[in-house]
Design a binder for this molecule. Structure first.
Ligand SMILES: [Zn+2]
Length: 139
C-alpha cells in the first residue's frame, strides 16, 4: 500500500473527465492506474480509446507497481503560482512497466540535490478531495 498525504501546497488541479478519472482519482486505493490493452498487454498513457499497438478497443485501467526511474528533470525557480515554494523539481519518470510510459511529475519529498537521471522513485499520492495527485519520491 502506497502512502497518501494531505495536500501541503496549492496546486493547479486537473479537470476530471470520464477519460482521465482512473489516473487522477484511482489513487484512492493507494495504487497508480494506467490503461492497458486487454488484447496485447500494451500499457497506454495518456488516454486513448484504442490500443496504439494492435488497435483493439479492449482497453481498461490496471494498477501498476508505482515504481520507476527519473529519465529527465529540470529545477523550476520561477514562482508561477502564489504559495508554491520554489525551487522545485519537475521530473519525467519512466514507469517500470514499459519504457514509453512516462509521467511528468514532481518530487517534493526528495531533496533537490538527491535528484539525478537514473534515480529510482516510487509513487505516493497527495489528496485533494476526490483527486489523488500522483507524486514521486526517491526510493
Ligand atoms: Zn493492444
Amino acid at each position: 500500500m502506497m502512502t497518501v498525504t494531505p495536500a501541503t501546497s496549492p496546486r493547479a488541479l486537473p479537470r476530471i473527465t470520464e477519460m482521465n478519472a482512473h489516473f487522477w482519482c484511482g489513487g484512492a486505493d493507494g495504487q497508480l492506474h494506467i490503461l492497458r490493452c486487454g488484447a496485447c498487454g500494451t500499457w497506454i498513457h495518456p488516454y486513448a480509446a484504442r490500443c496504439p499497438s494492435c488497435r483493439s478497443a479492449d482497453v481498461a485501467p490496471q494498477p501498476v507497481s508505482g515504481r520507476g526511474t527519473v529519465v529527465g528533470f529540470t529545477i523550476n525557480v520561477q514562482p508561477w503560482l502564489p504559495g508554491v515554494k520554489v525551487p522545485y523539481v519537475v521530473a519525467m519518470v519512466q514507469l517500470d512497466e514499459q519504457a514509453d510510459i512516462r509521467l511528468l511529475t514532481n518530487l517534493p519529498r526528495t531533496p533537490i540535490e538527491e535528484v539525478s537521471v537514473g534515480c529510482r522513485v516510487k509513487v505516493y499520492f497527495e489528496q485533494h478531495d476526490k483527486i489523488f495527485l500522483p507524486l514521486f519520491e526517491a526510493e
